[in-house]
Design a protein around this ligand. Sequence first.
Ligand SMILES: Cc1cc2nc3c(=O)[nH]c(=O)nc-3n(C[C@H](O)[C@H](O)[C@H](O)COP(=O)(O)OP(=O)(O)OC[C@H]3O[C@@H](n4cnc5c(N)ncnc54)[C@H](O)[C@@H]3O)c2cc1C
Length: 382
Amino acid sequence: MTERIAVVGAGIVGLAVARELARTRGAVVTVLEQENQVGAHQTGHNSGVVHAGIYYTPGSLKARLCREGVALLRAYCQEHRLPYEEVGKLVVASTTAERSGLRALADRARANGVPGLTELDALALREIEPHAVGVAALHSPHTAICDFPAVARSLAREVAELGGSVRLSHPVRAIRERAGKVELVAAMRRFTFDRLVVCAGLGTDRVAAMAGRQGDVRIVPFKGEYFSLGEHARSLVRGLIYPVPDPRYPFLGVHLTRHIDGEVLVGPNAVMDLRALRWPGTWRLAGQHWRTGVRELYGSLVKGAFVRAAQRYVPALTAADLRRAEGGVRAQAVARDGRMVDDFVVDVHGPIVLVRNAPSPAATSSLAIAKHIAGIVPALSG
Ligand SMILES: Cc1cc2nc3c(=O)[nH]c(=O)nc-3n(C[C@H](O)[C@H](O)[C@H](O)COP(=O)(O)OP(=O)(O)OC[C@H]3O[C@@H](n4cnc5c(N)ncnc54)[C@H](O)[C@@H]3O)c2cc1C
């Protein structure tokens, strides 16, 4: 019996899942997307970095699916002639106090199987990034950049070629389970499917509530703002320059990233969206970080803060080199007790599979997440 499966959300995760279900299970797949283009949210507004797996807790889904995802994505880009460039990443300790954090990160990266790592001193790091400064650095030569929106468009084309459809301007507004099937309403039409996979990013809570599966975490939006380097300053950054991250939260800190189109971005910061204050976890999260004095969550929006963050690693940059660029909004799950959910989370509720948390590196990991999900969408009996 041919399965009819709906996927909510035409971001890179939803499209990768749709392609995988069509390709490996022969399902007839329908992707329902509220916007009039694919990749309109996180997928189209991120740093464009194919993470190598440096940061994630060994054994976690993030660690495993990131490494698998890199291999799949590299092969996918090659096969479909999409840009993929191993520009390499330096994680830079800018003070001696950050050395121990850098060493712990190197151990973690090795445990995760990140290839080609080297630990560099102040002089050696300048051979990789001649305009960067720091007391030490970790170099990951295979960390890459790619064009995630182009990957999303390619996946959408494949879904259509495999007999599925991607329906744009189809916001899902109601969901009901009946007799083991899933009925839903999108763009004033009623659809019936055997299975439903929700990959709705910032819309996850709303779609989960429609399905009567609200759960005990909520998505809190964290705005990430970027500045872009003027053309004359771009040569100051060859690849990717990152700080040693603060282990207290899952964001990587303001970094300098070369994009596939040659643009170099500075950012993103992480500004909590106060519209999420109805969830007690948001208050608790804010309270905890307020007390420990972590400023980044309330990120100074002023240009000076970005200039200082960039100059810490590339001192030759000046305020005149930075101009504001388009930002993105992260969908980060927060538990009731204020804990930011670190790992990817996928729940199965009868015929409905809900991706509850797919923050960075979910774009890098998307093809591996898709395999993981295709393996847990319940098969039709009989
Ligand atoms: C600032 C920033 C920097 C990042 N940097 C990186 C990076 O360098 N590398 C990396 O790997 N990851 C990075 N990420 C994370 C990465 O972008 C996301 O993890 C990934 O794009 C998630 O994909 P998605 O398909 O789950 O979500 P999205 O791309 O957000 O897609 C969700 C889709 O669901 C749709 N939707 C929601 N509700 C409904 C509804 N009711 N009906 C129909 N459609 C609906 C939305 O319109 C949207 O298109 C970054 C994220 C941000 C924001």
